[in-house]
Design a protein around this ligand. Structure first.
Ligand SMILES: C[S@@+](CC[C@H](N)C(=O)[O-])C[C@H]1O[C@@H](n2cnc3c(N)ncnc32)[C@H](O)[C@@H]1O
Length: 324
């Protein structure tokens, strides 16, 4: 199928606003590329982070691409978008002299192009992510995460995913029950299970992510260690109250929760994380751009969490909080 691809070259700071504009103007899908991440393209109903490796986008810059159906009259779309972007300076958002391009593309091109760049990645001495279609020989003691993210988020190349993986390796104790909120491809759940979790409950509100996480659970032979559900954390809490833990696989309260979602979303369920955690339990959270770090910290402290560690990669932070 043919699409019209509208590209905006701008700054990381303007991503959120411009992505919203492109959506509001009727794009069927939006992709976001920042420097040094892997680009995958699909619908952005949850405002996910997007990934692009080996690109030559300079630090602080971003490329946003909106895909419009072939018959769309792009002239008013362009005019509207430019007018909205110009207004951003009034809100002190630096759009960095944006430039615009328009071209026709075939969706086969953009749905699969990223695969050629996705190679085995060694995240830590122990954890390596291996695309299912690549050959790789593991060294002794190396844990291999077999992964085909499909169109879900979570290849491991994005700074936030790799921050979460490194932190999981440090914090998770064998035998822990774990909840992975916003599982995407299931990458963090697969890692948690391979690192010795007793059971992992993986939840996501996006059916595409749920299918991907289920597939990756199977690829790694972890069907008896990971339960995947189309839900958010509140849904999990309600289900555990009404039906008990039997369908969730984990026993609530759990020892560890991990959530790699955008800051604005994370702050909406901090209290639910506190409730679902055992005393002494850990909460690993990322998806937080450093500009939003304080917002999340305040919400965590207000919910009675103690912040025990923070680590950074590019403009992203992972926060480790504890229920003490
Ligand atoms: C940035 S991706 C993270 C994927 C993967 N966990 C990783 O670390 O690479 C965030 C995921 O959270 C999901 N999501 C967004 N809001 C959510 C919510 N309130 N509850 C559950 N999942 C949510 C999105 O659908 C998306 O798949």
């Amino acid at each position: 199928m043919l699409w019209q691809e509208l590209t905006v070259h701008t700054t990381e700071e303007a991503i959120e606003m411009i992505t919203n504009f492109v959506h509001e103007l009727g794009a069927g899908g939006v992709s976001i590329e920042e420097s040094g991440t892997l680009n995958k393209e699909r619908d952005t109903s949850f405002g996910q982070l997007y990934e692009t490796p080996f690109n030559d986008i300079p630090e602080g810059r971003a490329v946003i691409k909106g895909y419009f159906y072939h018959g769309t009259d792009m002239e008013p779309v362009m005019a509207n978008l430019k007018a909205s972007v110009e207004q951003l300076s009034e809100f002190d958002i630096d759009t960095g002299n944006p430039t615009y391009e328009l071209r026709e593309v075939d969706d086969e091109d953009w749905a699969h192009a990223w695969k050629q760049y996705f190679k085995p990645i060694r995240i830590t001495d122990r954890l390596t992510i291996k695309p299912t279609w690549e050959e790789y020989t593991a060294s002794p003691g190396e844990l291999i995460l077999e992964l085909d993210p499909g169109m879900a988020f979570g290849t491991g190349t994005h700074a936030t995913t790799s921050l979460c993986l490194k932190t999981l390796e440090k914090v998770l104790q064998p035998g822990d029950d774990v909840i992975d909120v916003g599982t995407g491809s299931g990458i963090l759940s697969v890692a948690a299970a391979k690192l010795g979790a007793k059971h992992v409950l993986a939840v996501d509100l996006d059916p595409v992510a749920v299918t991907s996480a289920e597939d990756n659970t199977k690829q790694n032979g972890l069907e008896s260690n990971i339960t995947v559900k189309l839900s958010d954390l509140l849904g999990v809490l309600k289900e555990s109250e009404t039906e008990g833990a039997s369908k969730l696989g984990v026993t609530i309260p759990v020892q560890l929760v991990v959530a790699n979602i955008l800051a604005e979303v994370i702050v909406t369920f901090v209290d639910d994380v506190y409730e679902v955690l055992q005393q002494g339990g850990y909460y690993i959270t990322s998806g937080i751009i450093t500009a939003k770090e304080e917002l999340v910290e305040k919400a965590l402290v207000a919910a009675k969490f103690t912040i025990v560690e923070k680590n950074y990669d590019s403009n992203w932070v992972v926060i480790v909080a504890r229920k003490l």
